[in-house]
Design a protein around this ligand. Sequence first.
Ligand code: C2E
Ligand code: MG
Ligand code: MG
Ligand code: MG
Length: 288
Amino acid sequence: QGKRDGRGAFRFFQAEMGIALRARAQLEQELRLGIECGEIEPFYQPVVSLPGRELIGFEVLARWRHPVQGLLAPDAFITLAEETGMIADLTWALMRKACTDARSWPSHLQLAINISPLQLQDRQMPARILAILTETGFAPSRLEIEITETALVNDIEAARTALTSMQSLGVRIALDDFGTGYSSLYHLRELKFDKLKIDRSYIASVPLGAERAKLVDAIIALGSSLGLVTTAEGIESSDSVDWLAGQGCTYGQGFLFGAPMTKVATDRLLTEWTDGAGNLVLDRAANG
Ligand code: C2E
Ligand code: MG
Ligand code: MG
Ligand code: MG
């Protein structure tokens, strides 16, 4: 009896596995096609200076406009793209679109784009970026590359070479989600960054949680002692803005200033949110 139950459970498990594998294979095929057909779309999230809330640019965040499932967030497809080697095609298509979109925006605005740590192993990467910048006429000094700390690198030499050659093009490098990796200080010692982005898990509780606030304070101080600027990610309430600015945090990003939005919404933001002096101040975000 028990044996038969076991076999039944195993068959059930096999069937479930089969379904999961087929679903994954199908998603993989759809993603390949989606990248080719231009279904990967850049969304733009405002980045502002603190405490003035002046718009300095946008982070580019990938969305997949799936023909059946609708708009998909990165957690539904970035890992799959990484595991199947499609991440490079995805990234370059996204970067090309974003640099093209940004052509009609004020020329001081920057773009930050996320690169998978896997791509640091690709020797062609700096050349690919330069080709896209040249093709779209986007100045390298307006581009920032974000690299997440969580899975940074196994080949530190290759990473250093890639980062250095991008910096020599004039592109800046940000260490993303700082404080979530298990070897933050190692990365800071071994690689040269221009910016630290403090992970939003620290920011959510600022200034309410005294311990986290101390850590945020220490990260900002660490950054500035290394000559790096800092961005606080995930700012949702206006209480934290003055505190962060007071600690010396340079930039802020979060739902308070604006969620990631389409190009159309971004165009609208840029025409509507200009103050009398022609500055783009996102103060209105707080009021809706
Ligand atoms: P990230 O680079 O740290 O991007 C910030 C994420 O935090 C975004 O999620 C954004 O929507 C979210 N966020 C921003 N402000 C707030 C806030 O105030 N509150 C909360 N709760 N969340 C906020 P998203 O767009 O879902 O992206 C998730 C992650 O996926 C990104 O984290 C990045 O690591 C990755 N990703 C996105 N686009 C790309 C891409 O083109 N290439 C690669 N390799 N990774 C990407
Ligand atoms: Mg990022
Ligand atoms: Mg981040
Ligand atoms: Mg993240």
